[in-house]
Design a protein around this ligand. Structure first.
Ligand code: ZN
Length: 314
């Protein structure tokens, strides 16, 4: 048996006097800490986190736009918020619909001015019906594309039962929402063999900053965009990389025209498609573009003041 007598508490040798002194010192230290925490920290600008009560974030600050690349697993959902309005681009797959609604409620959303459903694939519209049923969606923008799936039917049903105004995506059409402006750049043809190429591609402007949101548009659609619009109109600071970083999108010509400094990729951890593809990552890295991925970082929030874009990892 091990001898563990050395673990035993030694007997007190000096009685109550030492105990009183120790207690007094501890009380003083606790009091000083409390005073420092309460009065000194705010004076020094040290943030104190509220606990115990639910504090809802203000939507956004004046002069600020936020772009949230929401982690919906393998799928897409991008939220754009400013004090003047809310745009939601895609609603993720059905498997993430509850967490998407919770996220939107947590950041204080009640109304969505424009919901853009880029194309009828499940990983983009799986949560569309639930979003429409939980928030007041004023306008829905979508391409003239259908799909014979339950998911697509549920979205159409939800739209019909809502008061949303439905707008067919038209290349060249522009919209403004106070300090946010966006223009639709694709689709540019009436029909495609790949559903991905129906994707509504949007270039969004806030002050001097620009954002290219591509849905799952593949190189066929990218070529049409390049043929229709001058490169100066395609330049953007931020690129939501097409089709979850698949090698079927982000052609060199398109990437060169957009020439972003920041890019985001929305994809699920260890997804079965191996998104993002190595070729795409290499292209982005080769162009010195800072890449943010939801499979590695979960939800990513970009904050833009009209001149600079900074990132807040959640
Ligand atoms: Zn997709």
């Amino acid at each position: 048996m091990a001898n563990n007598t050395h673990l035993r508490r030694p007997k007190k040798s000096s009685g109550g006097a030492r105990f009183t002194v120790v207690t007094f010192v501890v009380l003083i230290v606790v009091a000083l800490c409390y005073l420092g925490y309460t009065y000194l920290a705010p004076m020094l600008g040290i943030g104190l986190t509220e606990t115990g009560s639910e504090t809802r974030q203000p939507v956004t600050l004046d002069g600020e736009m936020q772009l949230h690349v929401i982690d919906v697993g393998q799928g897409d959902s991008t939220l754009i918020m400013s004090k003047d309005g809310i745009v939601l681009v895609d609603a993720g797959p059905g498997s993430a619909e509850d967490s998407l609604v919770e996220y939107l409620k947590d950041v204080g959303i009640t109304t969505i001015d424009y919901a853009i459903f880029t194309h009828p694939d499940e990983d983009h519209i799986g949560g569309a019906d639930v979003v429409i049923n939980n928030f007041e969606v004023k306008n829905v923008i979508m391409p003239n594309a259908t799909k014979t799936t339950k998911t697509f039917e549920k979205m159409i049903e939800a739209i019909e039962q809502s008061n949303a105004n439905v707008i067919e995506a038209t290349s060249g059409a522009s919209y403004t929402l106070g300090d946010i402006a966006f223009r639709i750049l694709a689709p540019n043809k009436a029909s495609y063999s790949a559903t991905n190429n129906y994707s509504v591609v949007v270039k969004l402007t806030y002050g001097n900053n620009t954002f290219m949101l591509t849905g799952d548009a593949e190189s066929e659609s990218e070529s049409e965009i390049l043929a229709k619009y001058p490169a100066s109109e395609l330049r953007a600071d931020f690129l939501k990389v097409g089709h979850h970083g698949s090698s079927t999108s982000t052609s060199t010509a398109f990437l060169t025209a957009v020439s972003p400094s920041i890019a985001s990729i929305s994809c699920g951890e260890d997804n079965k498609y191996n998104h993002p593809h190595r070729e795409t990552i290499e292209k982005l890295q080769g162009a010195n573009i800072k890449v943010y991925r939801t499979d590695l970082l979960s939800t990513i929030v970009f904050v833009c003041d009209g001149n600079t874009i900074s990132v807040v990892e959640k």
